[in-house]
Design a binder for this molecule. Structure first.
Ligand code: GUN
Ligand code: ZN
Length: 370
């Protein structure tokens, strides 16, 4: 195992921990920004460090196509290639193919898809996904899983869960760097508590360094989503990190942390920035709105980020959709907001004031009468 997970504080089911990875010592709960081609769109790695990012996500699927994992390996691994000294996590690739390519098809062998480069049919097996991730060299690598949308029902959910369990053994067998890369298993099973339970037990038996809860944030209602998270966190081992994949919105991160989850990733803060939206304690602020044109205030008066210290809403309004700087400034602010949320969750749990923090967070987001 190439990680250490020390719980520093708890409040009921919520935990704050120190997660020591080969490249960085992280504090949880923690949000991981998503980079696709070895970059968080529009930000330099020194800006990411300045914001307080501890770990960022890379996508095996994108990196394998370009520049290819062989080239990344030859150039000394992804950390060196993208000049990122802190921790990295790569997702296994299957989820991205299924969600991005409509032609992807899953069989027992792996995920088959048409190459977007030359249209040739290709196959990503659990073994290949791990081999590629071993070459990329992230601190945490993810098992290849069979993901189905939570909104579908029937035997396909059960098939995907059992296949995910069969594939975990192929991933474990293929993993060549357990001394410096941590392989996380992914719990599947849709919204069915019986299937989720079988999957958790199967993965826990494999004694992995950490566990993810997958297949969520795909259009199911909040009640079902939170119920699955609550069930899985209750059944997963106390002393291992728990990662809810593809989540999320600030509110979801607060709720999932209260339910005992530790790690999150989502494209939302950077994607919404590119559409002109800023994350603020009250919810969102749409910089494209005409009302911003004459507004000399910063995005958020209380925010201590470089953008809020230096630029007005009017200036960002003027740039948004016209110059790349607009989305860069908004991405910077939005990730700063997510990092501050992670730090606030951590310190409020450690200092025994998690309920007060959650109350204040909710009161700001949902003021009386709204
Ligand atoms: N990203 C968001 N959800 C998932 C999931 O269920 N599996 C994988 N591999 N990646 C994800
Ligand atoms: Zn700011």
């Amino acid at each position: 195992m190439a990680l250490r997970f020390e719980i520093l504080g708890r409040f009921n089911r919520a935990r704050a921990a120190q997660l020591t990875l080969p490249h960085f010592v992280c504090q949880t709960p923690l949000f991981m920004p998503v980079g696709t081609q070895g970059t968080i769109k529009g930000l330099t790695t020194s800006q990411l460090e300045e914001i307080g990012c501890q770990i960022i996500l890379g996508n095996t699927y994108h990196l394998a196509l370009r520049p290819t994992s062989e080239l990344i390996d030859e150039l000394g691994g992804l950390h060196k290639f993208m000049n990122w000294p802190r921790a990295l996590l790569t997702d296994s690739g299957g989820f991205q193919m299924v969600s991005l390519l409509h032609l992807a098809d899953i069989t027992e062998k792996g995920v088959t898809f048409q190459s977007p480069v030359d249209g040739k049919p290709m196959l990503l097996t659990p073994e290949e996904s791990i081999q590629i991730q071993n070459r990329i060299g992230a601190d945490i690598i993810m098992a290849l899983d069979d993901v189905v949308k939570t909104t579908i029902t029937g035997p396909r959910i059960e098939e995907a869960m059992y296949r995910t369990l069969r594939w975990i053994d192929r991933c474990i067998a293929a993993h060549k760097r357990p001394h410096d890369q941590n392989l996380f298993g992914i719990v599947q099973g849709g919204l069915d508590p019986v299937l989720r339970d079988i999957c958790v037990k199967g993965l826990v038996d494999r004694d992995l360094p950490g566990y993810a809860i997958g297949g969520l944030a795909g259009g199911e209602d909040k009640d079902s989503f939170w119920r699955v998270v609550a069930q899985c966190t209750a059944a997963l081992p106390e002393d291992k990190p728990r990662y809810v994949m593809g989540v999320g919105y600030p509110l979801d991160i607060v709720v999932c942390s209260a339910l005992g989850a530790d790690m999150y990733d989502c494209v939302y803060p950077t994607r919404t920035a590119r559409f002109g939206t800023a994350l603020v304690p009250e919810g969102v602020l749409k910089l494209k709105h005409q009302a911003m044109a004459h507004d000399t205030r910063p995005i958020d008066q209380m925010c201590e980020c470089m953008v809020c210290k230096n630029y007005s809403r009017a200036y960002i309004h003027c740039l948004v959709t016209k110059d790349a700087m607009g989305s860069q400034l908004l991405s910077y602010h939005n990730l700063f907001y997510m990092m501050k949320l992670s730090r606030d969750l951590h310190s409020s749990i450690v200092e025994g004031r998690f309920p007060e923090f959650v109350c204040k967070f909710l009161q700001k987001m949902f003021p009386e009468g709204d």
